[in-house]
Ligand binder design. Structure first.
Ligand code: FRU
Length: 495
C-alpha cells in the first residue's frame, strides 16, 4: 500500500514536472522533477542500469521534509525520470528521509538504506534523532522494512551523538556480506566515520570506528564514501565548518578526499594525505559507484550550503548535480574527468592550433553555453607571461573569468561579474599541482554551470553561473608576454 504522502508527492510531480520549461533545466545535468534538490543518494547499479536518487522537496524551491527523487541512466548523460521513491511517512522518518545509499540484492531486489529523521518535543524544545532505515523495491516502487529503524542510538559506540548519525553509504563485499559507512558526531564535537556490517543486508551491527576527524578537517562530517581505487583506499567526506588552510581548503562547507590504509581486520582507516575534492564554489556531498565495466564514477551536488543565496535558473526547480566524473589515482592524486560517454554528445568541432596570443581576442566559432572546450597554453620561446585569462558567459556587462598565473601557480575563478545579485563567495583561488608555465584547462559548460578540469583532471572546480544564457561570448588574453595557445571546442547536444 502506498502511503498518502508518497501518493501526493508522485501526483504533484506528475502534474508539475512537465510545467518546468526545458530551457530552465541544464541539457545533460540532473535536476529535480520539480522543486528542490540536494545530495545525490543511492548512486548504484541495478539490473544493468545506473540509478540515482536525490534529496528532494518537490513542493517548493527550498529545503523541506526530504523525499527521495529518482532517475536512471545507461550513459550518465541521458536520464530517465522515475516516480518519487520515498516520502517521509513513518514515525521514524517524518522529519525527513535523509541521505543514504543503495545496493542490488542477489534475489534481484534493490535495497535502499537512508537516514530516518524523527523530531520529538522535549521540555518545549524540538529535538531530532537520526537512525538508519531500509526499503526494498524493484527499481521503481519501494516498501519500507518492518524492522525499521535498523540502526539506532543502541548501535552507536560510546560518546557518539544520536542527533548526528546519518548518511549511510553501503556496498556488497566480494564474499557476499555487506558494509555501510555512516557519519556521527563524537565527544570532541567533531565527526567520525563508523563502519557497520551485515550478512544479509537486513540485519546490521556495529563493526568499528573507521576514523575520527579530531577537529582536524572541519567539525561534523557529512556524506561519507569509502572505496578502493587503483590499489589505494579512498575516503570521501563533506566536512562542515572547515578552517581555511592555505589555498587547499577554504572556510565553511568543503568536500575532501583522503588516501590511506584500510586495516580490514581492525576496521580502521589511517589517513596519509587529505586534499580538496573540488576547488570551485559549488560542490558538496559526492557519492560514487562502480560501473559495469569497472570504472569508479562520482557525482555530487553542484551547490554548497553556504552559496544558496541565489537562483541560478528557473523558478520552479532549484539545484543540479555535477557531471558524473571518472576517478583514478595518478602519482598519489585523485584524478577526475567527465565520463567518457560525454564525447558521444560532441558536435560542431572547432579547432585552433598555435595561436599567438597577447591582447584579448575571441575566435570564430568559439562561443556558447553548452560546450566542452579544452584550451592549452605554453609560453613562446624567450617570452614569459604573467597571466593567462579565459572569459566565458560574457556579454557587454557580464563575464566569468578563469585565470592562471605561471609564477605563483595560482588558478583563480571569479564570477563576481556574472550577474549574481548577492554578495556570496564569488572568487576562489587554488594552486596547480606542479607549478609550470604550461597549463591545460577543460571547460564543461551546461547553461548555468561551469566545471573546470585542470591539467587532465588533476584538479576540478565547479561553479554555477547566474548569467542569462544569451551571454555566450568567450575570449582569451595573455598579459605580460605572448603565449602559444591551442583550442579544441565542441558544442554538446542531446540527439
Ligand atoms: C548534506 C546533508 C546530509 C543530510 C542531508 C539532508 O548535504 O546535510 O548530511 O542527510 O543533507 O538533506
Amino acid at each position: 500500500m502506498m502511503s498518502e504522502e508518497l501518493q501526493k508527492a508522485r501526483t504533484f510531480e506528475e502534474i508539475y514536472a512537465p510545467c518546468v520549461p526545458e530551457n530552465e533545466r541544464p541539457l545533460f545535468h540532473v535536476t529535480a522533477g520539480v522543486g528542490w534538490l540536494n545530495d545525490p543518494n543511492g548512486f548504484s547499479v541495478y539490473r544493468g542500469e545506473y540509478h540515482l536518487f536525490y534529496q528532494y522537496h518537490p513542493y517548493s524551491t527550498h529545503w523541506g521534509p526530504m523525499h527521495w527523487g529518482h532517475l536512471k541512466t545507461r550513459d550518465f548523460l541521458k536520464w530517465e525520470r522515475l516516480p518519487v521513491a520515498l516520502a517521509p511517512d513513518r514515525d521514524y522518518d517524518r522529519g525527513g528521509c535523509w541521505s543514504g545509499g543503495a545496493v542490488e540484492l542477489p534475489d534481484g531486489r534493490q535495497l535502499l538504506m537512508y537516514t530516518g529523521r524523527r523530531v520529538q518535543e522535549k521540555s518545549g524544545m524540538e529535538v531530532a534523532y537520526q537512525t538508519q532505515c531500509l526499503a526494498v523495491g524493484d527499481g521503481r516502487d519501494y516498501q519500507k522494512c518492518e524492522g525499521n529503524p535498523v540502526l539506532t542510538a543502541e548501535n552507536l559506540p560510546g560518546g557518539c551523538s544520536p542527533h548526528d548519525f546519518r548518511d549511510p553509504k553501503l556496498w556488497r563485499e566480494p564474499d557476499g556480506t555487506y558494509r555501510a559507512v555512516t557519519v556521527t558526531c563524537t565527544e570532541d564535537g567533531s565527526g567520525a566515520v563508523l563502519l557497520y556490517r551485515s550478512d544479509d543486508g537486513f540485519s546490521w551491527r556495529f563493526e568499528s570506528v573507521l576514523t575520527r576527524c579530531r577537529n582536524e578537517y572541519g567539525t561534523m562530517w557529512e556524506c561519507p564514501d569509502f572505496f578502493s581505487l587503483d590499489g589505494r583506499q579512498v575516503l570521501v567526506v563533506s566536512p562542515m565548518e572547515m578552517r581555511p588552510m592555505g589555498l587547499e581548503f577554504h572556510i565553511g562547507y568543503g568536500t575532501v578526499y583522503m588516501l590511506g590504509r584500510y586495516n580490514r581486520e581492525k576496521g580502521t582507516f589511517s589517513r596519509e594525505s587529505v586534499r580538496s575534492l573540488d576547488y570551485g564554489l559549488d560542490f558538496y556531498a559526492a557519492q560514487t559507484l562502480e560501473t559495469l565495466d569497472g570504472r569508479r564514477v562520482m557525482i555530487a551536488w553542484l551547490q554548497n550550503w553556504a552559496t544558496i543565496a541565489c537562483q541560478a535558473h528557473g523558478i520552479r526547480c532549484y539545484g543540479e548535480m555535477t557531471i558524473p566524473r571518472e576517478l583514478s589515482i595518478r602519482d598519489g592524486l585523485l584524478i577526475q574527468n567527465p565520463v567518457r560517454e560525454l564525447e558521444r554528445y560532441r558536435v560542431n568541432p572547432v579547432c585552433y592550433r598555435d595561436i599567438l596570443l597577447s591582447e584579448e581576442i575571441s575566435l570564430e566559432g568559439v562561443r556558447g553555453r553548452v560546450l566542452d572546450m579544452t584550451v592549452s597554453v605554453a609560453p613562446t620561446s624567450g617570452s614569459g607571461y604573467r597571466c593567462f585569462k579565459v572569459r566565458v558567459a560574457k556579454d557587454g556587462e557580464r563575464e566569468t573569468t578563469v585565470q592562471y598565473e605561471p609564477d605563483s601557480g595560482v588558478i583563480q575563478i571569479d564570477r563576481s561579474r556574472c550577474g549574481a545579485p548577492y554578495d556570496i563567495t564569488h572568487v576562489r583561488k587554488f594552486l596547480v599541482r606542479q607549478r609550470q608555465r604550461e597549463v591545460k584547462l577543460r571547460f564543461v559548460m551546461d547553461r548555468h554551470s561551469l566545471e573546470l578540469f585542470v591539467n587532465d583532471g588533476e584538479q576540478a572546480a565547479s561553479l554555477l553561473l547566474y548569467t542569462p544564457e544569451s551571454a555566450d561570448v568567450i575570449s582569451f588574453e595573455a598579459q605580460g608576454g605572448i603565449v602559444r595557445m591551442d583550442v579544441e571546442k565542441y558544442d554538446l547536444a542531446m540527439s
